[in-house]
Design a protein around this ligand. Sequence first.
Ligand code: NDP
Ligand SMILES: O=C1O[C@H](COP(=O)(O)O)[C@@H](O)[C@H](O)[C@H]1O
Length: 515
Amino acid sequence: MGWLASAESTLDLLRHSLEAERGLGVSAPHVFVIMGASGDLAKKKIYPAIWWLFRDKLLPENTSIVGYARSKLEVSDIREKCDKFMKVRSEDRERYEQFWSVNQYVSGTYDDPAAFDALSEAISALETEATGNRLFYLALPPSVFGDVTCGIARHCMTTNPGWSRIIVEKPFGRDAASSAQLSAHLSSLFTESQIYRIDHYLGKEMVQNLMTLRFGNVLFEPTWNRNHLACVTITFKEPFGTKGRGGYFDQFGIIRDVMQNHLLQILCLVAMEKPCSTAASDIRDEKVKVLKCTRQLGLEDVVLGQYVGDPHGDGDARQGYLDDPTVPKDSVTPTFAAAVLRIDNERWEGVPFILRCGKALNERKAEVRLQYRDVAGDIFRGQPHRNELVIRLQPGEAVYVKMMTKRPGMTFDMEETELDLTYSARYKDLKLPDAYERLLLDVFCGAQMHFVRSDELEHAWRIFTPLLHVIDEQKPKPVPYRYGSRGPAEADELSRGLGFRYTGSYSWKGDDAHL
Ligand SMILES: NC(=O)C1=CN([C@@H]2O[C@H](COP(=O)(O)OP(=O)(O)OC[C@H]3O[C@@H](n4cnc5c(N)ncnc54)[C@H](OP(=O)(O)O)[C@@H]3O)[C@@H](O)[C@H]2O)C=CC1
Ligand SMILES: O=C1O[C@H](COP(=O)(O)O)[C@@H](O)[C@H](O)[C@H]1O
């Protein structure tokens, strides 16, 4: 069966691989516990993801869901909060009722042993056999993280032969020391094989595709190095600001929010050597190796920005970061950052990796852009523009190569064009699973490939901590940029200075090109 199979047969393939390769789909009771069930993440991401898996019959048959939080709620209250995020189609109505019928809600505090005993009893009552498998999703703020993990470890773990798995959300600390403390805390309670640290970017289709593109083709890998590439740019842009979430954001800033985790994970997949196999440990070993070769960052390696309102904009665009009532009026927290990372190894020495991320920019976009060097020994009098290989992560998943071609007809002129794999054109009616959906399924399957290991974290923080400490202590003033712009001009200057060439001459014919 080819990849262009219908959505239904794609699900069949998935189910088949679960049963055949991973021994799931059997009747063992599974209980998925959402700690912090009344919160924002739970309603927007976790309940929807577990519902879609349930809808598509990708969960073990005997799976129950238990929400836990302090608020005194009923399942019906949770349902009401979640409803608008669940994307229920008319044909799913009956299944949706079934989903809520396997849900329970337990209310309790996060530091009371008796409350955790009550939770454990509620779980046991769902385990029709003497034991079952338990998954705990910690959709909680860092302030209660310590108590909750202790409560789970001491009161709620399953007994053999079942397993218990803990799914942990960022932030994984604020710097190297706090992250090490958190890792030590977790490893005092659980084994590494029980811990699933989520970076939801690792659940995105095109991030997962990076390994296939690199190691499943002969075409790219020979040029994937310092001999051919001028620079690599990894970009994350959002067209909206903090939208009242500034109080939370202000404690972290864009580097901790996006760059140190999502963009660095992408960098690892772009820059690592080929792993010995697709086993989680082999892949994670290679990611750690490339992180170990990456230099620590200092203030001289970055451009920091903070958005200001656009007086000519509409609605939210008029509001700058400092106009957010939840943000301190004198905040210097960056909402934009561009940084150059240097990887000191045989493959990458001299190739800048430029990481750029920001809020309130001109568009929503996440992409990896490999820009090739100039043609050597050019015989076309400077006409060729540099090749670029662009992996567009979102929106509009695509892989395209910008290249030169002879202009068709009675001419020897050349023009820029592209080899274009646009997913919406190549894969008709394709529905890609949500990142959380994929990652939750991985946890059921015990697949840790797309989760962050503790030593990856350690090295990620080693790279960023000196810079973050300087920012925290010296509070450099970020460059103001207009809401809806491409960010500070200084970031483009940084890229230019590092050898990135932008000509502005490329024009893409858009979706019409595929008609
Ligand atoms: N299959 C598909 O979906 C395809 C889509 N396209 C689309 O065509 C459009 C153009 O393609 P693209 O590859 O971006 O090529 P461009 O040449 O327009 O842009 C290339 C890069 O230059 C940066 N840039 C833009 N303006 C400036 C500037 N003034 N100074 C310095 N750098 C700048 C962009 O960064 P920044 O991100 O900051 O703007 C981008 O990284 C895009 O919207 C792209 O998505 C193209 C091919 C295939
Ligand atoms: O982790 C985070 O990611 C989101 C962006 O995620 P996406 O899947 O919508 O691209 C970002 O808005 C948020 O600030 C950050 O904490």
